[in-house]
Write a protein that binds this ligand. Structure first.
Ligand code: AMP
Length: 114
């Protein structure tokens, strides 16, 4: 999608601190980290939010979640864990309309979120 900031990151038009890339997924550090470790995992397919997933997207989202887990473990969160978050639309606090998994680690998280 031409005006989507994450599609521009996928296309290399906006720089990112890339962690991982394959034909379907990209992971990169969040530009405004909310924890010592804060990265995003996104599908290369432009899906605006979790409410717009099709059943056919289920394998892709499973792969995305598994990659988030793998990278979190590689980046030091295996023992103490991490927070895995997908914000959705306005009530969910979503600001970028391209589905993304936040992975936050390196500190104890509070619950419930504000
Ligand atoms: P959300 O509020 O769930 O939509 O999360 C969007 C996230 O994208 C925020 O944590 C932003 O800091 C992050 N973000 C926005 N622009 C960029 C960028 N150019 N590179 C990396 N992260 C970004």
């Amino acid at each position: 999608m031409s005006d989507c900031i994450f599609c521009k990151i996928i296309a290399g038009e906006i720089p990112s601190k890339k962690i991982y890339e394959d034909d379907e997924l990209l992971a990169f550090h969040d530009v405004n980290p909310a924890a010592p470790l804060h990265f995003l995992v996104i599908p290369k397919k432009h899906i605006p939010n979790i409410m717009e997933l099709d059943e056919a997207d289920a394998p892709l989202m499973g792969k995305l979640l598994f990659k988030g887990q793998e990278l979190a473990a590689e980046l030091g969160c295996a023992e103490k864990g991490a927070r895995f978050v997908i914000n959705c639309k306005s009530d969910g606090g979503q600001t970028v309309d391209h589905i993304h998994l936040h992975v936050l680690g390196g500190r104890r998280m509070a619950w419930p979120p504000g």
